[in-house]
Design a protein around this ligand. Structure first.
Ligand SMILES: [Zn+2]
Length: 232
């Protein structure tokens, strides 16, 4: 199936809209999604092709509170999912609709975030019942999942490490759209901590890096991430 890559036992990267991926974690307890894509069609149809109904999704873990990651939650729930939703503590107020994101350092980012575009930006759909994830938190998912704080793209961005599957889910710390790059500065809250987060991902030593934008990295993950840091 196009737009579908199996990254490990029960770990699937799934393209749900053009240029937007989610990760599907299947185990005996049900289905966990990492990110939910945009508030547009795509997610439930793609899940159906894997034999997954919305009601099978028990939990959504969000890497950060941007509309191309959290927007799909509302559609998923309208389609019959009772999934709980969790996000990094420092993005929680934004996800709940209680606060605006802190201003970006890059002028382009401050202007871009004010565009009324219905695409990846503009306002997020609030998720009032979202709960907080903490750095280092362990969840009993896919053989053990660890929350890894990776701030920079947003203030509360988190990645998810699955040591038993040798996979790390990196969200938007890096993009692999034209080439592997740190998230562009104009899309970030702050670039310097994002580069530190690239280093944090490299240090995990996982064999596969799943990404929200672009193909997963399956060869020399640590070496390629280290090169991005060296390139600064
Ligand atoms: Zn994104």
């Amino acid at each position: 199936m196009r737009g579908h890559v199996e990254l490990g036992d029960g770990v699937h990267q799934l393209t749900v809209q053009t240029g937007v991926n989610v990760v599907v974690l299947r185990d005996d307890d049900g289905v966990v999604l990492v990110d939910a894509g945009l508030d547009r069609p795509g997610l439930t149809a793609r899940l159906a092709r894997l034999g997954i109904a919305p009601s099978d999704v028990t939990r959504v873990l969000l890497t950060h509170a941007h509309p191309d990651h959290i927007g799909g939650v509302r559609r998923l729930r309208r389609s019959g999912s009772a999934a709980s939703v969790a996000i990094g503590r420092d993005d929680l107020a934004v996800a709940r609709g209680l606060a605006d994101p802190p201003a970006a350092e890059h002028l382009g980012g401050r202007l871009f975030s004010r565009l009324p575009a219905p695409g990846a930006w503009g306002r997020s759909v609030p998720i009032p019942d979202a709960s907080a994830l903490e750095d280092g938190q362990q969840l009993p998912i896919a053989g053990g999942l660890e929350v890894v704080a990776t701030p920079g793209h947003t203030v509360g961005h988190v990645a998810f490490h699955l040591p038993a599957r040798d996979v790390v889910i990196g969200g938007d710390v890096v993009f692999n759209v034209f080439s592997l790059r740190p998230a562009p500065a104009f899309l970030c809250w702050r670039s310097a901590p994002n580069l530190a987060s690239v280093a944090r991902l490299a240090a995990l030593g996982a064999g596969t890096l799943a990404l929200a934008h672009g193909q997963p990295v399956t060869d020399d993950v640590a070496g390629r991430l280290s090169q991005l840091i060296a390139d600064g």
